[in-house]
Every structure is written in structure tokens, then in C-alpha cells.
Design a protein around this ligand. Structure first.
Ligand SMILES: [Zn+2]
Ligand SMILES: [Zn+2]
Length: 616
């Protein structure tokens, strides 16, 4: 394998037919004043050619999507490897992606929650455990005052359902079940059982009748069989009814995740349930976005001192709409008891709700007067309301003008159902050490790292065994993010709100996580916006990538970074047509002793390059 990437005759933009050698598996810094051609050499020549070769190696079908890339103006590049550029451009425009999803940490969290999360009932909050017949038995036998008492093992097949269930009783009889308990009454399945069709009923199959003998192996064996049978009939549920004279005590258990008290079943959880990009997990109200866009009351009625007649309702205050809607609202007002001349702030809330959200189907008689020809007509129809009217208009209108006009009244609001947490309620009720997956995503990475560094001591040995690898993957990635100075971010932070520098560093952290080798990485001023301490960490990260047999090319001004590199290409001497030449190249030591190199002098502290004001 060649030891160098050899560029011959590069003439892209202002490059002046230059030749350069970039050592493989080393860190090369391209320096020079702003506009000297650094980015042209790194991105528009080296990376562009790497990408172009990659794309031409793909099938023609794939190329259709990627488009044809122009060959950079260069005679030849030898020894080029697959290239990845890590620049500061925003990451896609997917409104759903977050720091967590981009770094893949969220994928590991989903796995972790599916493996060791504990479910809680979304209604009453009690912990829900999946149990085996054995754990049900040991829990049951720990109850007091049950020994020696009659026990019914019941399978609750119908819970709060309307119907007559004739067919069900016949089937149960054929299957050999002789007794059922219907709405608290014991019946024999061979007899006719008549139920009120429109009432809700509770039906349990009597699986077995026993006497509790906790020391008897016979009893334990039969109980286990009965529990298994009951659970298989009733979707995982079993009720153990201990009788005492005419009274009885019920102990309900579930082999699945279910709150028997609230009659809520939680599906078996899988990683996809924890994804807000998947309908299984996403909040149904906002489809997993966490926010909704809707018309905002404060934008629709910006000045509450005005009355309706004075144009308080902004979308209806233009001349063409006023007369019509005001006449309607006048009639609505006389029906519901408000006046269109009263300032909005003095109209009670329930009446304002009618104005904003409509008469809810109540038809209102309205007499309309035509302004110009003095004609009039009467209608008898429900009043739609400002908000529904705007929503309908937005949905139906084909006119960009109308759309732009009413978009002014729209605001992004936190989803009222999930409260911005993007997932279904029952998914958010699955917790690890009292934290839901979204609680975890909302912690700053600094705090989250501590959470995962100490989690091993807080969960059970068994859980640790199941989750150890996942936890170490998560911890590694969090450490990467901390190392590049992003520990103040949270995993739930939307990537679209990150700065260019933050975006680049997140990409960098993700690359380290992927452990690729044989790659050419091209970076654009990764040190921008970093404190000195974080800058050192960044350099360590780049070295880590290099040690994985990768080649790194960095466009950079930062002195620390330059002195820590293996090789320097100094472009110049000036900008634009005065640049584009290689002034010096070599190791930092060689550059320092090169009299021609501005960078060399800079490194020697003789000469300071002004930090460019405008980035190219
Ligand atoms: Zn419950
Ligand atoms: Zn929601």
C-alpha cells in the first residue's frame, strides 16, 4: 500500500497547478491565510475526488439518487482512500433528529430499556412485573391466613364486556370446563346461562378447586398447572380466590405486563416501542414530534382591550371579512349572552370559547344585511368558531397569499398529550432507576455520564449481566461527547438547533464510535469555538481516529493543533490569485525552520497571523 496520497497538478479555484503529498495514517494540517486555497485543496479537490470515485463505483441505480459529481480540476490523485468530510454544515433537515439519535446513543438506550426497564401502570403508577407461575406461587404463599382454606383458581376471560356469550359458554363446556363465575355468581356450563346483552359482564373460568396446603408437593404441582392454564386462557391473567365462609379474598396476577387493578395491558416491550419515529412508540397526538403547530389565541386576538366590533379578532379584521363575521357573531352573542361591543378582556372565558371554538353544533339564526344593495337574507346554521375556521382555511386554500396571511397566527406549541416527551404514556412509564427514557434524554450529558458510570452498582447483578455491553457502549459515546466539550448538551436537543461547530463535533464523536479504518477524514476548522482545555481533548480524539489506521486532513489555524500534527502543508502566500501555492511543507519542526513559511514564523512566535474576520 502506498504511504502517501499523491496529488499532481491541482488547479481547482485558485490552486496554481500544485503537487502535494499527504502521508497516510497521519494527521496533516493545511494552513495559510484566509482565501489561500486551503479549503479548495482539502474539500474541493481531495474530498471531492474521493466522493466522486465512490459514487462512480456504485450501481447506475444508486447514482441516479446521488447525482453525477464533477471531476475536480486535477491531473491525478494516487493512493486515495474512501473519504468522509466533517464540515460545519447543518445536519439534514429532519425535524425529528436529536443529539441522541445522531450519535446512536438513543438506539442503545432503546435496547437498554427493552431489556431492563421496569413497567409502571400509566394510570395508578404501581410497578408492574411480568411473572412466572413460580413467582406467582411464591408471592401467593407469602400471604397470611391462607393455609388450609379453599382456593379457586380463576381465569378472567371476559372483563367488562357487553354481550350474551352463548357461544363462549358452549365452547367452554366442550373444552371440559364445568364451572364459570359470571358477575360474581357460580354457574355450571352445561346449564343455560342468560345474560343481559347490553350490560357489561365479568366472566371467569373456574380452572381448579383446591385446598391451600403450602407444604404439599401435590398441591404445589396442581396449583402451578392451574395457573399456567388460567393464564393461557385469559391472556396472561389469573385470579387466586381464597374463600373464608361466604367471604373471599382475590389475589390477581399477570404473566404479562398488566395492571389488573386498572385493567390496562402493556404490550411486551421491544426496542421499537421506545422510538418516537415508530408508530408503536410515538405519541399519537403529535406523531412523535413533541410539538404541534396550531393557531395561537394570543396571535389571533393580539389586543384584548378591543371589542369584536373594533376588530379584536385579527384574522377577521379586514374589510372583506368584518361585515360578514360580525353579523354572525352578533347573533351568536345574543344567543350565548355576549356583546360584540364589549372589550374581549371583559368577556367571560366560556363565552370566549364559543367565539374561538364555535357553537358546537347549535344552529344560530342570523340575519345578514347586504351592504351595497341593501338586501338581506337569513341563515340558520351552527357557528364554526375562529380556530376551526382558520384550520379549515389552511387545509383547503390553494392560494399562497391566503396561506401566508393566516400562517401569521400559527405558533409551535408543546404537545399537550405527551408534554413534549414524544412517546406514548405507557412507554414513558417504563423506567430504569426511576427515570424514563425521556428523563434520561433531558439530562445534560455531564450528569448522564455520571448516571451511567454508577448504574452498575445500583441495578441487580442479573440486570447488569443482561445490560453490561449496552451500558459500556453508551458510556463510551457519552465520554466522547464530554471529551469534545459538549457535555452541556442533552440527548433530546434537536440537531436543527445546534451551531455549526457543535454539529461538526457531534459528527466527530459519532465517527469515533463507528471504529472505521482506512478512511480519509477531512475536517474544517474543528477547533472553532472551543476552549483551550476542550481543544486538547479534540486533538486527543483526532489522534484516536488516526490510530485506527485512518488518514486525517484538517483545515486549521489553531496553533496547538498545528504543532500537534504530523505534517503541515502551508498555502499562500496571499489570498485569491495571490495564493494557491505551496509555500512550505513538512513536519512541524521542519516548518519552524523554514524561513519562507508564515506559519513557521507564527509557530516560532515571531509573527502572528491575524485571525481572519470572515470565514470562507
Ligand atoms: Zn393501575
Ligand atoms: Zn405528543
Amino acid at each position: 500500500m502506498e504511504k502517501y496520497i499523491t496529488i499532481k497538478g491541482a488547479r481547482e479555484n485558485n490552486l496554481q497547478n500544485i503537487n502535494a503529498k499527504i502521508p497516510k495514517n497521519k494527521i496533516t494540517i493545511i494552513t495559510g491565510v484566509s482565501g489561500s486555497g486551503k479549503s479548495t485543496l482539502a474539500f474541493n479537490t481531495l474530498y471531492a475526488e474521493g466522493q466522486r470515485r465512490y459514487v462512480t463505483s456504485l450501481s447506475s441505480y444508486a447514482r441516479m439518487f446521488l447525482g453525477v459529481m464533477k471531476k475536480p480540476d486535477v491531473d491525478s490523485i494516487e493512493g486515495l482512500c474512501p473519504a468522509i468530510s466533517i464540515d460545519q454544515k447543518a445536519m439534514g433537515s429532519n425535524p425529528r433528529s436529536t443529539v441522541g439519535t445522531t450519535t446512536e446513543i438513543y438506539d442503545y438506550l432503546r435496547l437498554l430499556f427493552a431489556r431492563i426497564g421496569t413497567a409502571h401502570c400509566p394510570e395508578c403508577g404501581r410497578r408492574i412485573q411480568k411473572q412466572s407461575a413460580d413467582s406467582i406461587i411464591s408471592n401467593f404463599l407469602s400471604k397470611e391466613n391462607i393455609n388450609g382454606r379453599p382456593l379457586l383458581v380463576l381465569s378472567p376471560i371476559i372483563r367488562s364486556q357487553k354481550g350474551e356469550f352463548h357461544e363462549l359458554f358452549r365452547t367452554l363446556f366442550r373444552q371440559g370446563y364445568s364451572r364459570v363465575i359470571v358477575d360474581g355468581q357460580m354457574h355450571k356450563t352445561k346449564e343455560e346461562i342468560n345474560l343481559e346483552k347490553n350490560h357489561k359482564h365479568e366472566i371467569c373460568i373456574v380452572i381448579d378447586r383446591l385446598e391451600v396446603k403450602s407444604k404439599s408437593n401435590d398441591f404445589l404441582f396442581r396449583l402451578k398447572q392451574a395457573i399456567d392454564k388460567a393464564c393461557s386462557e385469559a391472556d396472561g391473567l389469573v385470579i387466586l380466590r381464597v374463600q373464608e365462609g361466604r367471604k373471599h379474598e382475590d389475589y390477581a396476577y399477570s404473566k404479562k405486563y398488566a395492571c389488573i387493578k386498572c385493567n390496562i395491558n402493556i404490550p411486551e416491550y421491544s426496542p421499537r416501542m421506545f422510538s418516537f419515529n415508530n408508530p408503536f412508540g410515538a405519541c399519537p397526538e403529535c406523531q412523535g414530534l413533541g410539538f404541534k403547530i396550531d393557531f395561537d389565541e394570543d396571535l389571533v386576538i393580539p389586543d384584548k382591550n378591543l371589542s369584536i366590533a373594533e376588530g379584536a379578532i385579527a384574522p377577521w379584521s379586514s374589510k372583506s371579512t368584518t361585515t360578514y363575521y360580525i353579523q354572525k357573531l352578533k347573533s351568536v352573542g345574543s344567543y350565548f349572552g355576549f356583546d360584540i361591543h364589549t372589550p374581549i378582556k371583559k368577556i367571560p372565558r366560556d363565552k370566549l370559547d364559543v367565539i374561538l371554538y364555535g357553537s358546537k353544533g347549535i344552529a344560530i339564526k342570523t340575519l345578514y344585511h347586504h351592504q351595497k344593495n341593501a338586501g338581506s337574507w337569513t341563515t340558520f346554521s351552527p357557528y364554526e368558531g375562529v380556530m376551526p375556521n382558520l384550520r379549515r382555511l389552511l387545509k383547503d386554500t390553494k392560494s399562497e397569499y391566503v396561506k401566508n396571511k393566516i400562517m401569521k397566527f400559527i405558533r409551535e406549541k408543546r404537545c399537550p398529550l405527551c408534554n413534549g416527551k414524544r412517546l406514548k404514556k405507557e412507554v414513558l412509564c417504563v423506567k430504569i432507576l426511576d427515570q424514563s427514557i425521556m428523563d434520561i434524554c433531558e439530562m445534560p450529558i455531564r450528569k448522564l455520564l455520571v448516571f451511567f458510570q454508577t448504574i452498575g452498582a445500583k441495578i441487580s447483578m442479573q440486570e447488569l449481566k443482561i445490560a453490561e455491553r449496552i451500558i459500556s457502549e453508551i458510556t463510551n459515546r457519552l465520554e466522547c461527547l464530554e471529551h469534545i466539550g459538549l457535555s452541556y448538551l442533552s440527548l433530546s436537543r434537536m440537531t436543527k438547533t445546534l451551531s455549526g461547530g457543535e454539529t461538526q463535533r457531534i459528527r466527530l464523536a459519532t465517527q469515533i464510535g463507528t471504529n472505521l479504518s482506512g478512511i480519509l477524514y477531512v475536517f474544517d476548522e474543528p477547533s472553532i469555538g472551543l476552549h483551550a482545555r476542550d481543544n486538547n481533548k479534540l486533538i486527543q480524539m483526532l489522534k484516536k481516529i488516526k490510530d485506527n489506521d485512518n488518514t486525517i486532513v484538517v483545515v486549521e489555524h489553531d496553533r496547538n493543533m498545528i504543532t500537534e500534527s504530523d505534517y503541515i502543508i502551508d498555502l499562500g502566500p496571499g489570498a485569491g490569485i495571490h495564493g494557491g501555492k505551496i509555500i512550505a511543507c513538512g513536519s512541524p519542526r521542519e516548518i519552524i525552520s523554514n524561513e519562507n513559511s508564515i506559519t513557521g514564523m507564527y509557530l516560532k512566535d515571531i509573527y502572528k497571523i491575524k485571525t481572519p474576520q470572515v470565514r470562507r
